[in-house]
Design a binder for this molecule. Structure first.
Ligand code: NAP
Length: 278
């Protein structure tokens, strides 16, 4: 067994991982608090082997990202209800003899609303997408007491998700045809992400100034979808805020102390060219 005795070591594991912003955010948190800790980005292809190796090497905590969240869930003990409902974990903490997992993705979404002082209880939410990110969005929207409807390019996947979380499902055509309006939209697909080659296939939303629109993509920070929503007066929430607050929750679980949110936010937004983020 190898054990770091001075510096605590953390990492984000996934593939591809080269462009992850998590090391920037976490190392800044360690720096401003003067913690003797470091955070790495590690390309891991075989999660089981990866977890064993990193445990033996004495890592204190891990962030888990695409495509390993579901596999890692099946490999570790989890201690929160959210992970069980989502079937995925994004955070691991070292315990004496094993990794313990949690899910903070949904917290990242809830906090993005809370920290803006936005109250959404009783509002109608539309979740676009039916993958892992959509699951977190549905879970978070329900935790915020919203009435949730799901739509997806492949309807059968939306139906499956709807069954799991007991939500309504609607097809793109129905939204396009009737111009049905929602109070909150969660765009959870990679459509619009820099470098993503597939043509975006999203429903035609009739935006209005009473709506709140969140896009999970943060590269670019303001997607075409958010741009359109903003031009119609909607409140917009970027994927970078979700990334920030899921990271804040990870930090606070690992260290059992308040995270330096402002410093983490400042460096994240600076990295995408925004210096005045409010
Ligand atoms: P996933 O499990 O692969 O699901 C992708 C979803 O997007 C599916 O519903 C898929 O529809 C839909 N989709 C894919 N390409 C599309 C297109 N061109 N037009 C319309 N729909 C399309 O992926 P995921 O894990 O949910 O991640 C989705 C996005 O969320 C990624 O861009 C990821 O980076 C982002 N994300 C951001 C954060 C954050 O902190 N901001 C956290 C997690 C994820 P089909 O079912 O029809 O294939």
């Amino acid at each position: 067994m190898i054990r770091p005795v001075q510096t605590q070591i953390f990492a984000v594991i996934g593939t591809p991982i080269k462009h992850s912003l998590s090391p920037l955010m976490m190392n800044e948190a360690f720096r401003v608090l003067g913690l003797n800790a470091m955070y790495l980005a590690l390309e891991v292809h075989e999660p089981k082997k990866g977890l064993e190796t990193l445990f033996d090497a004495g890592f204190s905590g891990l962030s888990v990202t695409i495509p390993h969240k579901e596999t890692v869930f099946s490999l570790v003990d989890v201690e929160d209800e959210a992970s069980k409902d989502l079937g995925a974990v994004n955070t691991l903490k070292r315990c004496s003899d094993r990794w313990v997992g949690r899910n903070t993705d949904w917290i990242g979404i809830v906090e993005s609303f809370k920290r803006r002082g936005i109250s959404v209880a009783g509002k109608r939410a539309l979740v676009i997408g039916a993958g892992g990110a959509a699951r977190s969005a549905v879970y978070a929207a329900k935790a915020m007491k919203m009435d949730v409807t799901i739509t997806n390019r492949t309807v059968s996947r939306a139906v499956e998700l709807g069954k799991h979380f007991d939500c309504d499902v609607i097809g793109f055509e129905e939204i396009n045809k009737k111009g049905i309006s929602f109070d909150v939209i969660f765009q959870t697909t990679p459509a619009g992400m820099t470098g993503y080659m597939e043509r975006p296939e999203l429903p035609s939303i009739v935006f209005n100034s009473d709506m709140i629109v969140m896009d999970f993509v943060y590269n670019p920070l303001i997607t075409d979808f958010l741009q359109h929503a903003r031009s119609k007066g909607c409140i917009i929430i970027t994927g970078l805020e979700m990334l920030l607050y899921q990271g804040v929750a990870q930090f606070e679980w690992w260290f059992r102390r308040k995270a330096p949110v402002y410093a983490m936010k400042r460096i994240l937004f600076k990295s995408v060219g925004v210096h005045d983020h409010g």
